[in-house]
Design a protein around this ligand. Sequence first.
Ligand code: GLU
Ligand code: MG
Length: 434
Amino acid sequence: MTNTTDELIFLATTDIAAVTKGRAMRLADFNRDSSLGWVPANLGIGPFGHIAEGIPFGSSGDLRLKPDHSSLTRIDGIPNQPPVSIAFADIVETDGSPWKNCPRNFLRKVIEDLRTEYGLGVEAAFEHEFTDMSAPSTPTHPFSLAAFRDAEPIGSEVMATFARAGMDPECWLPEYGPHQYEVTVGRTDALAAADRAILVRDTVRAHYTARGRKVSFSPVVTPGGDGTGVHVHFGLDDLDGNSLVFDGSQPGRVSELAARFAAGIVRYAPAMAALYAPLLISYQRLIPNKWSTARAFLGLQNREALLRIAPTNEIDGRDPKSQLHFEFRGADIGANPWLLLGSLLRAGLEGLRQNLDPAPVIEGDLDLDGKHSDLAELPASLDEALTALMADKTVSGWFSTEFLQTFLAIKRDEIAHLKDHSMTEQCEAYSNVY
Ligand code: GLU
Ligand code: MG
C-alpha cells in the first residue's frame, strides 16, 4: 500500500459518451487553487474511443478542469489498488469562466433556475443495474440467494467501499436477468446525486476488474435479452428541504405542482430520448413487456411507465409525505448522469413555465391495444431519436450550437460504425465499453 502522502487525486469530468475522464495530481499538492488543463476536442470522443468527424473543435484551444471541492470523495477498498481521491471538475475557460459546453454545468444551471424561478430544490438517487459477463454460463435463479453468493465477495466489497466513501449504500441485489445485479445508494442533492452515479458505476467496475471478472452496464448484453437500466429517482422540495410532491387529495397522491413538472417530462420524452437512451441498442430495451418503458406516461407504481410514482414505506405508520417521489425509468448507462438529470429537470421546468396540465396518472397494468393505445410512443431507434431531438426547438434549445454539433457528430459516427454489424456484434461492442 502507498503511504497517504503518495496518494493521487483524479480531477474528473464525464463526457457525452458517459465515459469518465480527467487528470491526476498528488493529493498532497491539492489545494483551493488547484486546476489542471483540458482540451475542447476531448468532448468529441465517442464511445469507441476516437474523435468523431464533424465536431466543431480542432487541435487548438485550451480549458481547465476546476475541481468542486464539495465533491471530493476517497475511494478505498478495491483489492490491490491504492486509495484514490476523486474530485468532480467543472470545465472552465482559462480565465475561470464556465465553458458553455460543460456537461456538469448544464445540470448546475437548471438546479439554479429551479431555485430562483420557483423556489425549488431537487434531491435524487440513481439506481444501477449491470450484468456479470464472466459468470459461468448457467445462470442461477432470478433474485436468488445462490445468485447473491455468485457475486461474493464483490457485493460485500462494493458496499463497504461505498460506505467508507460516504456514498450511502442502500441495497445490493441479484436482479431478474441472467447474472444481472443492481445496486442502490441514498438520495442527495441533485448535483451530488449525479456525481455519485458516476462513482457508483466506476467503483463497481473497478471491484469486478480487481477480482479478475468483467461487468457490463450495457442496456442489453444479448439480442432480445433482458434490459438493464439506470433509473433516476427524484423529488421536488421547497428551499427548507420539505417535499412538495405529496398531496393526498390528488390522483396518485401527487401534488399539482409535481404533476405539472411530470407533464413536462412526459411531453418532451420523445425529443429527449437521444439524451437518456443514447446508444443504438438502447431501443432494444425501450419496448413493452421489458419492465423498462413501454410508452411516455406517468404511472402509479407501474414498472412499464416512463415516469413511475414510486412506492412509499408506510410500515409502523411511517410518513409517506417525505418519501413520495418519481422514478424515471427510460435511461441507460449511455447517458451522462449530469446531462440525463439536467434534461429531466429542464423538461420539468418547462412543464411549470408553460403551466402544462398535470400529467394524468395511469393506474394498473397497461392495455396498449385498448384504453392506453393513445399513450405517446418513444422513438424506435437512435436515428429517430436524433431526428426528434433536432426537430424540437425547446429541447435542442437547451444546448449550445457547438454542443449539439458535437453530440450529433458522435452519435452519427456511432451509427455509421455499427450499422452493418449484427445485433449480437452491436451488443458485444457496447458491452466492451459499458
Ligand atoms: N431491468 C429493467 C430495466 O431495464 C428494470 C427492472 C426493475 O428494476 O424494475 O429497466
Ligand atoms: Mg431493477
